[in-house]
Design a protein around this ligand. Structure first.
Ligand SMILES: NC(=O)c1ccc[n+]([C@@H]2O[C@H](COP(=O)([O-])OP(=O)(O)OC[C@H]3O[C@@H](n4cnc5c(N)ncnc54)[C@H](O)[C@@H]3O)[C@@H](O)[C@H]2O)c1
Length: 479
């Protein structure tokens, strides 16, 4: 089956490559010519484990291509809309202009009886609005198929999803919805045969399933972060508390890890959009709820800065600080609404000399925040630090040796804002360790002795340093 995927970002590129791996002939369409050129060379324009391989497999079978020309989507039986729905610049609502523009661009190229299926996360009522744009084409089928993949595991999540949700006209078992259900069943036949659960519902339900799922995940994270604050106030340890809570199967331990909170291109804007929907539909309890979840989450960033200041005896100004992590979470180079960079900016604004490092997100972070200093080498980033902040829990930071890092820094002080380090092992090497909610607020903030001068590298020293603010020194890694 010929399929088009419109919008080839973190969602669309993975979706296009996955559909090609299922045996379909897929053309990915994007308005970003640079992104399309990268994809056509078989490289993902962003870091997503396994995607390069999936793209190359797609090209090898000649079933996968990318284009900037909507005319190349002509003849496809199904068109997936995967464009962005960011937060509006002026309110909490989702900006639907990309969805509208993509639908209008597709319109002249739609074959008779083709299906247009949205995958972007949209507010309830969006499909009704798009129906207006497609009003002159009553033969065209319209469906909504929200996506649940997670960056970092997007390839696996797409090849073996937890579930498939189809929003169709009239919902489950309706005659009007049957052709859309049949069209999507034909697309996902390998997944359905493999037993992946498939749920058919009406448009409003499909639109809300995705928003409600993200709102629940955000709620769970903000809940445990509020408990973390209580732990800090009482001397309890939130990591032990959440481990014990999570063993109750009714609760579970996923998304119950206290720390710096969530960011990225989805959860923050989705809970704000959900809040705006609750306001528009007069559901004040949900409006209030989402507001609290959002403010607890943002509050974690301010708390991290407060703890850092406390560790520096109240004065961040002039302190040499190293931030480990720029991406909003590990295994991605996505820095959209990154809690780490938010904290780094706040520390810099307080007068600290901040150096940020990250295994994959340095380029994106530098382009977005040229006022910060970046360093590609973890070793060089750590040299001379008076305070280290672990803000994105990449594996390479979780497994750092406290002895090796101790030989690089000026003072052995670490704020583990993701609560992932073995604090006992670090303390055994003379480190002052603080977390968020780990009840270690009564520790001595400043170590009594200065650390030894740097001698032990934590990674090969041939990694080129990269100092932001001088574009000529930008690393030449592929984007
Ligand atoms: N990133 C995720 O993990 C994820 C997971 C589930 C759902 N979603 C949802 O998927 C949607 C896309 O998210 P993303 O993270 O892939 O965003 P993204 O910004 O990475 O990608 C969007 C792409 O759409 C392209 N685009 C914009 N306007 C276009 C147009 N008129 N025609 C063709 N292409 C156009 C952009 O150039 C960009 O490449 C959002 O609604 C998001 O909430 C994302």
């Amino acid at each position: 089956m010929k399929i088009s995927v419109v919008g080839c970002g973190y969602l669309g590129a993975v979706h296009a490559a996955t559909l090609a791996s299922m045996g379909h002939t897929v053309v990915g369409i994007d308005v970003d010519a640079q992104k399309v050129a990268h994809l056509n060379k078989g490289f993902a324009p962003f870091h997503e484990p396994g995607l390069d391989e999936l793209l190359r497999d797609g090209f090898a079978t000649k079933r996968l291509t990318f284009s900037t020309d909507f005319a190349d989507a002509a003849g496809a039986q199904t068109h997936f809309l995967c464009v962005g729905t960011p937060q509006s610049k002026t309110s909490d609502t989702a900006d639907l202009s990309y969805v509208i523009a993509a639908t209008k661009s597709l319109l002249p190229h739609l074959a008779r009886g083709a299906a247009v299926v949205g995958k972007s996360t949209v507010p309830v009522g969006t499909v009704d609005m798009l129906r207006g744009i497609l009003a002159r084409r009553p033969d065209v089928l319209l469906g909504w198929n929200p996506e649940f993949l997670r960056q970092g595991t997007a390839v696996k999540d797409s090849l073996v999803p937890d579930r498939l949700v189809y929003g169709v006209p009239g919902g489950k078992d309706s005659a009007a919805g049957a052709p859309v259900t049949a069209a999507l069943d034909a697309v996902y036949e390998p997944l359905i045969s493999a037993g992946i659960p498939r749920l058919v519902c009406n448009f409003a339900t499909a639109e809300l399933i995705k928003s409600a799922s993200n709102a629940y995940l955000a709620t769970k994270l903000s809940f445990i972060n509020a408990i973390a604050e209580l732990c800090d106030a009482s001397g309890a340890d939130v990591t032990e508390l959440s481990e014990a809570m999570g063993l109750d199967p009714r609760i579970g331990n996923r998304y119950l890890h206290a720390g710096l909170g969530f960011g990225g291109g989805c959860l923050p804007k989705d809970i704000r959009s959900f809040r705006a929907q609750a306001q528009a539909l007069s559901v004040p309890s949900l409006d209030e709820w989402m507001g609290v979840v959002d403010s607890i989450n943002l509050g974690q960033r301010a708390r991290a800065v407060d703890v850092a200041r406390d560790m520096c005896k109240g004065f961040l100004s002039g302190r040499t600080v190293t931030v480990l992590g720029a991406a909003f979470k590990p295994d991605t180079d996505d820095i959209r609404d990154s809690p780490s960079l938010d904290v780094a900016l706040q520390l810099a604004a307080a007068g600290a000399h901040v150096t940020v490092t990250d295994p994959k997100a340095i380029n994106n972070a530098w382009m977005r925040y040229p006022q910060l200093r970046f360093e590609a080498s973890t070793t060089r980033a750590l040299e001379g630090a008076e305070l280290v902040l672990l803000l994105t829990e990449w594996d390479e930071y979780r497994t750092l040796s406290p002895a090796a890092v101790g030989s690089l820094v000026r003072r052995r002080m670490v704020l583990d804002a993701r609560n992932v380090l073995d604090a006992r092992a670090w303390r055994a090497q003379g480190w002052t360790v603080r977390g968020l909610g780990t009840g270690s607020h009564d520790e001595t903030s400043e170590p009594l002795t200065e650390a030894k001068p740097p001698v032990v590298p934590v990674e090969p020293l041939n990694t080129r340093p990269f100092i932001v603010g001088s574009p000529a020194k930008a690393p030449s890694t592929r984007r």
